[in-house]
Design a protein around this ligand. Structure first.
Ligand code: S3P
Length: 173
């Protein structure tokens, strides 16, 4: 079975939905942020603080290359929200599998992330405004996916089913 790549903004459920898909379809699951933390032995917050965003983006591309070598397009891969910003990453994402974007409104995203502190880009005085700004900037990238799934009001299991459906994969509820 071909791999699945989940892209989308922070807090759209890529990791939760990715795990569900992998479990149900019998594929390995890989989370790009987890890979980066493991390889660098630092948290994403530490990497941003100590080495800056540009360095993090280098690590992100490197992690995608490593995942492609390791899995060869046979896994469910959940990416960080900014992985879509580099053209080089798109070539890797396409080789990793069918690309599905998970979308959500700024209100939903804010609700999901407001008590969490592990996302350096949202550790700002007014996270809601930052979500609106970044979403506006990034939406055109997310919409380049093979399929776009609106997740507002949907539980993770329903989103997973929709992703499978949009990729033409078998799914028994
Ligand atoms: C980022 C999203 C994060 C993580 C990093 C940067 C972004 O991943 O990669 O904090 O630029 O949107 P999640 O989308 O899994 O939160």
């Amino acid at each position: 079975m071909r791999g699945i790549v989940l892209i989308g903004f922070m807090g759209t459920g890529k990791t939760t939905v990715g795990r569900l898909l992998a479990e149900r379809l019998g594929l390995p699951f890989e989370d790009v942020d987890d890979t980066i933390e493991r390889v660098t032995a630092r948290t994403i917050n530490q990497i941003f603080q100590e080495s800056g965003e540009a360095y993090f983006r280098e690590r992100e591309t490197h992690a995608l290359k490593e995942l492609l070598e390791k899995r060869g397009g046979g896994a469910v891969v959940s990416t960080g929200g900014g992985a879509v910003l580099r053209e080089e990453n798109w070539r890797l994402l396409r080789k990793l599998g069918g690309i599905v974007a998970l979308m959500a409104s700024p209100e939903t995203i804010h609700e999901r992330v407001k008590h969490l502190t592990h996302r350096p880009l949202l550790n700002v005085p007014n996270p809601f405004d930052e979500i609106v700004r970044l979403l506006r900037e990034r939406s055109p990238y997310y919409r380049r996916a093979d399929a776009v799934v609106e997740t507002d009001g949907l539980a993770p299991a329903a989103v997973a089913a929709e992703v499978a459906h949009r990729l033409g994969l078998p799914w028994v509820p």
